[in-house]
Design a protein around this ligand. Structure first.
Ligand code: MTE
Length: 324
C-alpha cells in the first residue's frame, strides 16, 4: 500500500511465500532453540508450538454451508497457514508475517461495538448481542489485495444486512463507516504514523446491504484468528482487501460519504469505491493480473473479482475509472 514503493512490491510478489516463510521458519527455529534452553514459555511447549501453525481448536458450533460460495473445483482453498501468516494488519506491523507474530496480545473478549449516527438503535453492543439470533454460514470467497495477490478463504460469518436492519437506519443514512481498534497498549504498529489511526473504511448503504457483504467471526469453522481481524471484521469480496476492516469497534450510519483511511493517506491512489477493476491501474502498478498465493503463474484479474453478475448493477451508469 502507500508505504510500499514499486520496487518493494515487486520483490515481495516474486519472492513471496518462500522468503517470508523462510523468515518465519528462522524466527520459529530461533524461538524453539531459545525455548529448548528455557524449558517452557507461558505454559506451552514452544518446541511443539513452534512446529506448524495449526487451527487453534476453537470450533464454532452449527455453521451452515452457504450457496453463495465460489466453486472450490475452480478456486482451490488456500491453507490455514497461508491465510494466517500472510496478512495485512498494519496495527501489528507492515510486514506480511508481523500480524501472525505480534497479534497474540490482542484481547478479543469482552468486545464492544458502538453503533451511532443516523439510526434508531444507537448503543454499545457486545459481540454476543451482535451475534444473537444469527445463523453462522461458511462462505468461500476470494480475497483480492490491491498489491496484486489473492487467496480463496472459507470465512464464517453472517450478512451485514441483518445487523443493519436491526439498527434501523433513518431515511437520511446513505453510507456506513467502520472504525477499528486503535490501542497502542495492544497494537505495536499504531505507535508509528504510517496511517492516520484508527483505521476507517466506508461503504454506500446499498453496497453494505448486498447479500455478499458479510461480517466475519470465523475461518475454517474456527474462531477467527487475531491476525485475520478477530473478533469481528468485514468482508466485501468484490472490492480490494483494504475495504475489509478488521477488529471493528464502531459502526456509524452517515448522510455523507466518509473519508476512508487509505483515501485520506493517498487520494490519487485510493478512492472511495475500490472495486476490483483490471482496467483501472493503480498509479504505480497495473491491476490487470494477480498471483494467487501458493501458485507460480499470474492470473488475469476478473472485473469485480469475479462477482460481476451479482454486483455490477450497483454501479450502472457510473464511470468506474473515475469512481475508483
Ligand atoms: N484492517 C485494519 N484494521 N488494519 C489493516 O491494516 N488491512 C487491510 C484489510 N483490513 C487492514 C485491515 C488490507 S490492506 C487487506 S488486503 C486485508 O485486511 C487483509 O486481510 P487478511 O490479512 O485477512 O488477508
Amino acid at each position: 500500500m502507500l508505504i510500499k514503493r514499486a520496487s518493494d512490491l515487486r520483490s515481495s510478489e516474486i519472492t513471496d511465500k518462500k522468503v517470508y516463510l523462510g523468515r518465519r521458519e528462522f524466527i520459529k527455529a530461533a524461538a524453539g532453540a531459545a525455548a529448548a534452553g528455557a524449558g517452557v514459555l507461558a505454559g506451552t511447549d514452544v518446541l511443539s508450538a513452534a512446529g506448524k501453525p495449526a487451527p487453534h481448536g476453537q470450533k464454532l458450533e452449527n455453521v451452515q454451508k452457504s450457496p453463495l460460495s465460489v466453486d472450490p473445483a475452480k478456486d482451490k482453498l488456500n491453507s490455514w497457514e497461508d491465510i494466517t501468516t500472510y496478512n495485512n494488519y498494519y496495527e501489528f506491523g507492515v510486514d506480511k508475517d508481523s500480524p501472525s507474530l505480534t497479534a497474540g496480545r490482542l484481547k478479543t473478549s469482552p468486545w464492544t461495538v458502538a453503533v451511532d449516527g443516523e439510526c434508531a438503535k444507537k448503543g454499545n453492543y457486545s459481540l454476543e448481542d451482535i451475534l444473537k439470533g444469527e445463523t453462522l454460514e461458511e462462505r468461500v470467497y476470494r480475497l483480492r489485495c490491491v498489491e496484486r495477490w489473492s487467496m480463496v478463504i472459507p470465512w464464517v460469518g453472517f450478512p451485514l444486512a441483518n445487523l443493519i436492519k436491526r439498527m434501523e437506519p433513518t431515511s437520511k443514512a446513505q453510507f456506513i463507516e467502520f472504525q477499528t481498534l486503535n490501542d497502542p497498549s495492544q497494537m505495536p504498529g499504531v505507535q508509528s504514523p504510517v496511517l492516520n489511526w484508527p483505521y476507517r473504511e466506508g461503504l454506500r448503504l446499498d453496497e453494505a446491504m448486498h447479500p455478499l457483504t458479510i461480517l466475519v467471526v470465523g475461518l475454517y469453522g474456527e474462531v477467527l484468528p487475531k491476525q485475520d481481524g478477530a473478533p469481528i471484521r468485514l468482508i466485501v469480496p468484490w472490492k480490494y482487501g483494504f475495504k475489509s476492516a478488521k477488529s471493528i469497534v464502531r459502526i456509524r450510519f452517515l448522510e455523507k460519504q466518509p473519508l476512508n483511511t487509505w483515501q485520506e493517506s493517498a487520494p490519487s491512489e485510493y478512492g472511495f469505491y475500490s472495486n476490483v477493476n483490471p482496467e483501472r491501474d493503480h498509479p504505480r502498478w497495473s491491476q490487470a493480473s494477480e498471483r494467487r498465493i501458493g501458485e507460480f503463474f499470474m492470473r488475469r484479474t476478473l472485473m469485480f473479482n469475479g462477482y460481476g453478475d451479482q454486483v455490477a448493477s450497483l454501479y450502472s451508469g457510473m464511470d468506474l475509472k473515475k469512481h475508483y
